[in-house]
Ligand binder design. Structure first.
Ligand SMILES: Nc1ncnc2c1ncn2[C@@H]1O[C@H](COP(=O)(O)OP(=O)(O)OP(=O)(O)O)[C@@H](O)[C@H]1O
Ligand SMILES: [Mg+2]
Length: 455
């Protein structure tokens, strides 16, 4: 039977009434499914539970509700009883004549309750990226699209772009939840945190590791179906590692696969948007049309100009940095570091300035982070390009490689390096990003000297 009252309103009423205790995920499932008219046996079957266990959960639940509402509530009278209670609340509120029905029944969240920006960066000074934002908006309106990943080189502006986008479109969503995976929690903890925020349950003291992952996922998916939720996950690369030529989940975080599979392959009306230094091609295995990947490059020329103008007042200093920007692939993070070290950015010899910059610790650590995102084949190609004085053709490059790789892997690697802005292509030849070239050359010489001194 079609229930005219939204189950979320029932949950909200129960939450308020039983507070300070709260429903655990299994109890919530039992209530939801009783509301939908399911038997205990069907529930046990659907959620892979022992039927006896579900019965016990139900029994305890009716006892809790009966005490809280001060009236006998059980499986057979739960639905009519809740309908009556919700109607009572409506009438009560109407009598107070201020609030309307929708205000009453929906959890009607305040801005603060619906939007969780956690450690999202401030985007007050965000500039440019008009095309990318338009593309993200069009993907987000595509009903088939359930997951977007913005990937690209370290510091190219992924987090800023995705955060700006999320802030721009937040009104189109019931909830926006922004989390960083910098120190990735287990997938159970992550989902448990989502459920706490969405359901407004504090759930203090519950050990998320003791909960059943499939159950947590199915609860989350339920919410993603009922509400329009924008989940933002920053730094997705933290859950992956690169082996040879492919990307895998880290061993201890393999469970994330189930989460992504469910979000990407299940029908719902929400959206997951992630940033990642690594391009997570493996997510496309779950469904190709439901996931979109945007390979983000540095700023457009005009944006670099604007960026520099917003930071530097002296016309000659602006000119210096602008001159250098191409060698830094218009990467905002690199531009920022160069701007902080303007004293080094002197002289007209760009090559020399790039060399000076590549000695800075801030730059070397960034370049090292970038190298750690590369597959072995990517690294090998990068090293050959670093030691070559002139641009190299693809035939030459593949001859240099230590072992022969299938051509498709080689091309894939070249394309991925181009997409990361690490190498550029001109007239069928390839060159390495100047600052990486300068850094890698020094690093290779250092390694060679070290290995000699040990022999
Ligand atoms: N569109 C933009 N407008 C203004 N500043 C920007 C923009 N994009 C990036 N920046 C600035 O550049 C720096 C790097 O940007 P951001 O942190 O977004 O890069 P990222 O690609 O997420 O880096 P990482 O790979 O380290 O996560 C930040 O200081 C940010 O404020
Ligand atoms: Mg980032």
């Amino acid at each position: 039977m079609n229930n005219p009252i939204d189950f979320e309103s029932v949950l909200s009423l129960i939450d308020r009434t039983i507070s300070p205790i709260y429903l655990n995920p299994t109890q919530e499932i039992v209530l939801r499914e009783v509301w939908n008219g399911k038997t205990y046996a069907k529930m046990a079957d659907d959620y892979n539970y022992d039927p006896e266990y579900i019965k016990t959960v139900g029994c305890n639940l009716w006892h809790t509700l009966s005490c809280a509402f001060d009236e006998q509530i059980n499986k057979s009278n739960f639905v009519p009883c809740m309908r009556r209670k919700i109607k009572d609340v409506i009438i009560d509120q109407k009598n107070k004549s201020t609030d309307d029905r929708s205000q009453l029944l929906s959890t009607n969240l305040t801005d603060q309750q619906s939007y969780h920006w956690t450690t999202a960066p401030d985007t007050k000074h965000f500039i440019g990226r008009g095309q990318e934002i338009k593309l993200l908006e069009s993907w987000s309106q595509d009903l088939d699209c359930r997951c977007i990943v913005v990937s690209g080189m370290v510091g190219c502006g992924k987090t800023s772009l995705v955060t700006k986008f999320a802030k721009d479109v937040k009104n189109q969503f019931d909830y926006v939840i922004w989390f960083s995976l910098d120190n990735p929690p287990s997938i159970k903890t992550l989902i448990h945190n989502y459920l706490k925020l969405i359901s407004q349950h504090p759930n203090h003291g519950i050990d998320s590791e003791s909960l059943d992952l499939s159950l947590l996922i199915s609860q989350l998916i339920d919410y993603l179906k009922q509400k329009k939720i924008l989940l933002v996950l920053d730094n997705l690369q933290s859950i992956f590692e690169v082996h040879q030529t492919s990307i895998y989940y880290k061993k201890e975080l393999e469970d994330y696969g189930q989460f992504f599979r469910a979000i990407i392959s299940t029908n719902h009306k929400s959206l997951l948007i992630c940033t990642s230094r690594l391009k997570p091609k493996l997510l496309e295995y779950y469904a190709t049309n439901q996931i979109k990947i945007l390979g983000l490059q540095g700023f457009a020329k005009q944006t670099t100009k604007k960026f520099i103008e917003s930071k530097i007042s002296s016309a000659s200093d602006r000119q210096k940095l602008l001159h250098l920007s191409e060698s830094l692939q218009n990467n905002p993070q690199l531009l920022k570091i160069a701007y902080d070290n303007l004293d080094i950015v002197s002289g007209d010899n760009i090559e020399q300035v790039v060399q000076e910059l590549s000695l800075l610790e801030t730059i070397t650590s960034l370049l090292e982070q970038e190298l750690s995102c590369l597959s072995n084949l990517d690294k090998e190609i990068t090293c050959w390009l670093a030691i070559s004085d002139s641009p190299v053709s693809s035939a030459e490059l593949s001859n240099y490689l230590e072992q022969s790789h299938p051509r498709i892997k080689f091309l894939h690697s070249i394309n991925s390096l181009i997409e990361r802005s690490l190498i550029s292509q001109s007239d069928g030849t390839y060159s390495l990003m100047p600052i990486m070239k300068s850094y890698l050359r020094r690093r290779l010489v250092k390694q060679a000297l070290q290995s000699r001194s040990y022999n």
